[in-house]
Ligand binder design. Structure first.
Ligand code: URA
Length: 189
């Protein structure tokens, strides 16, 4: 079994070649624990601080976790894409977030699947469509259809899909659904 250090070193080396000059935000947290949580990609704040889910979506995630008695320190948290996907705003010329593209997802997904083996958590909790599709290795699956249900990934891992916490910020109707899904997750644990 590869160690997390060896894995991260190899990921950094290869990602630096593929995406030169880009800051990387790696996964972090408990190995062999109950939950590995996976987001889409880091945003501006995550890139600045070098940690996953420390910006607005992270604050939302932490509140939801606390509401069901879970703590960030009990988990491993990572993203599918380890660099911040951005484009330049036509108005300000400054970088703004965009969804990860096919090249970014294609490069980082095999690393994510390897990371999941190393992290070896009992449950994988995907946040939104990007990690769901990556872990289930299926483009046709969508979060609207499978959220709050236990799935088994092609490699035999237990996967519990949640909406992305940022989607909940922008859609209040999802808030109640999100709360229910988290309760289901809590009952599973
Ligand atoms: N959104 C994500 O998907 N990941 C982060 O790390 C932050 C925001």
């Amino acid at each position: 079994m590869n160690t997390v250090e060896e894995f991260q070193q190899r990921l950094m080396t290869q990602a630096t070649l593929a995406f030169p000059g880009r800051k990387m935000v790696l996964g972090e947290g408990v190995l062999g624990g109950k939950i590995c949580m996976i987001g889409e990609a880091p945003g501006a704040e995550e890139e600045k601080q070098g940690h996953p889910f420390v910006g607005k979506a992270g604050k939302n995630l932490t509140e939801f976790l606390n509401a069901v008695g879970l703590n960030r320190d009990d988990l491993y948290i990572t993203n599918v894409v380890k660099i911040r996907p951005f484009r330049l705003s036509p108005k300000t010329g400054k970088p703004i977030n965009r969804p990860p593209d096919t090249q970014e997802k294609g490069f980082f997904t095999p690393f994510l699947l390897e990371e999941l083996d190393i992290v070896n958590a009992e449950y994988i909790v995907t946040l939104g469509n990007v990690p769901l599709k990556a872990v289930m290795q299926k483009e046709a699956i969508t979060i609207g259809e499978v959220h709050g249900r236990l799935l088994i990934s092609p490699s035999g891992k237990k996967v519990f899909p949640l909406y992305h916490p940022a989607a909940v910020i922008y859609n209040q109707k999802l808030s109640a659904v999100y709360g229910e899904d988290l309760q289901k997750l809590k009952q599973l644990l």
